[in-house]
Ligand binder design. Structure first.
Ligand SMILES: C[S@@+](CC[C@H](N)C(=O)[O-])C[C@H]1O[C@@H](n2cnc3c(N)ncnc32)[C@H](O)[C@@H]1O
Length: 173
């Protein structure tokens, strides 16, 4: 089928349609909680813990993007942050809400794509663990712009990307 692309939005939509639908991938991914997936364990990222314990980031309003079952949002809330946490998987968000309830923590978990967010200078800290590298390359500039707009002027953005263990071992040799 031929289609004339008339603007950037239409170009991005055309590129989107060439790839898998993220929601279809992530819902079944989270349906079995017993799978041996490192980030299914309810422990925060080590780097995130160090930012807080070393006093680099202080409690304030935080946003977690692609929060999954909520391990980092839970940690931030336990350290006094007010947390909004988003993920496009309903299954992951339900799991995160259960964890928050069990821990007695009040966190605003919401099932939403990061591309539907438009915060304006609201957050002291924005955190992404493993979400950016799942976003299609042509959409990443839009994502970074959303984060930039959402941070307060002196706010911080923390980013963690995952790498295969084999590459990490090669780095060590
Ligand atoms: C590798 S997992 C990491 C989960 C969590 N951040 C952690 O470290 O435990 C990536 C997460 O990004 C979410 N994700 C991918 N694309 C997204 C989008 N457009 N909007 C919101 N979440 C998204 C997925 O549903 C998945 O939960």
């Amino acid at each position: 089928m031929e289609k004339t692309i008339k603007n950037v939005d239409e170009l991005f939509e055309m590129l989107d349609s060439s790839f898998r639908t993220e929601k279809q991938f992530w819902e079944p991914f989270y349906s079995n909680r017993q799978r041996l997936i490192p980030f299914f364990v309810n422990k925060p990222c080590e780097n995130l813990v160090s930012y807080i314990e070393d006093g680099k980031i202080h409690a304030g309003k935080a946003m977690e993007l692609g929060c999954g079952p909520g391990r980092n949002a839970l940690f931030l809330a336990s350290r006094g942050f007010s947390v909004d946490a988003f993920d496009l998987s309903e299954v992951a968000i339900e799991w995160a809400k259960e964890r928050a309830k069990e821990a007695g923590l009040n966190i605003n978990f919401k099932c939403e794509s990061v591309f539907n967010l438009a915060p304006q200078q609201e957050y002291d800290f924005v955190y992404d663990s493993g979400c950016l590298h799942h976003l299609l390359p042509h959409r990443r500039v839009q994502y970074i712009q959303m984060i930039y707009n959402g941070l307060k002027p002196q706010g911080y953005f923390g980013l963690t990307c995952f790498a295969p263990v084999t590459e990490r071992l090669a780095d060590l040799n």
